[in-house]
Design a protein around this ligand. Structure first.
Ligand code: CA
Length: 250
């Protein structure tokens, strides 16, 4: 029914490249691959892919250079795929315009979920943000227009700031947002770089919307990077103290 989305896979390791290609083809995407940075730049310019999966460790240049170059002339979203797990690297990639990142080794479901979330977000931006006025994830429902939040059918009162943070995360569901990005969006471009106020607000939101704020199901922390609102909540299948809760629900 829909046109296949074209994914450019930039990866020098042939086994990973083939694995990702096969996975994406099996899930309805068209795939073009590049094995180094120079080839990637040429092919991205000629194919104009819908989304790019970019390995950072390339033989001829650093993937960050590819990212910065492509960001200068293409709006295609880029998901950085990297073995580098340091927070600073992730933040640098996001700040340089990556839409998200995924760390090797990753699960196939995780990769597909990141792709879907990033494509969905880009589609909404292209359509001029004609997002539905309501975001629902599991039992969480956020009505942007009426500024109402409910969890499992019960209304929850959030402060203005808490609502702004939650609404921002909802509009970006599935994508990680850096602390700085959130602070800038909520408090303005001159907000202090101090993340403490953000952490306090997120803790307060969790207390209001999470069953167990210490094991959040909706707002996940990406340590050292930022927060990500999940796109789908696993139904009460969590192992942690699921047994007593299940009994209550009989
Ligand atoms: Ca590599």
């Amino acid at each position: 029914m829909s046109i296949k989305r074209l994914v450019m896979v930039v990866e020098d390791d042939s086994s990973i490249r083939n694995m990702i290609s096969a996975l994406l083809s099996a899930n309805g995407y068209s795939v073009v691959t590049a094995e180094d940075g120079r080839m990637a730049l040429t092919l991205i310019a000629s194919y104009n892919p819908d989304i790019i999966l970019l390995d950072l460790g390339l033989p001829d240049m650093d993937g960050m250079e590819v990212l910065k170059s492509v960001r200068g002339w293409s709006a295609a979203p880029i998901i950085v795929v990297s073995a580098r797990s340091q927070e600073a690297e992730k933040v640098a990639a996001l700040d340089a315009g990556a839409g998200d990142y995924i760390v090797k080794p990753f699960g196939t479901e995780e990769l597909l979920a990141r792709l879907r979330a990033t494509l969905r977000y880009t589609d909404r931006m292209v359509q001029g943000d004609k997002v539905s006025d309501v975001c629902s994830v599991g039992g969480l429902r956020v009505d942007f227009g009426r500024r109402l939040v409910s969890v499992d059918g019960k209304y929850v009162h959030l402060t203005q700031i808490e609502f702004k943070i939650l609404a921002l995360l909802c509009k970006n569901a599935g994508r990680v947002l850096t602390y700085e990005h959130i602070c800038r969006s909520v408090w303005g471009p001159y907000s202090s770089r101090d993340n403490q106020i953000l952490r306090v607000n997120v803790a307060n939101i969790r207390h209001k919307i999470e069953k167990n704020p210490a094991q959040p199901r909706y707002i996940l922390t990406e340590v050292g990077v930022g927060y990500r609102l999940v796109e789908e909540v696993e139904e009460d299948g969590e192992e942690e103290d699921a047994a007593p809760r299940k009994k209550k629900e009989k």
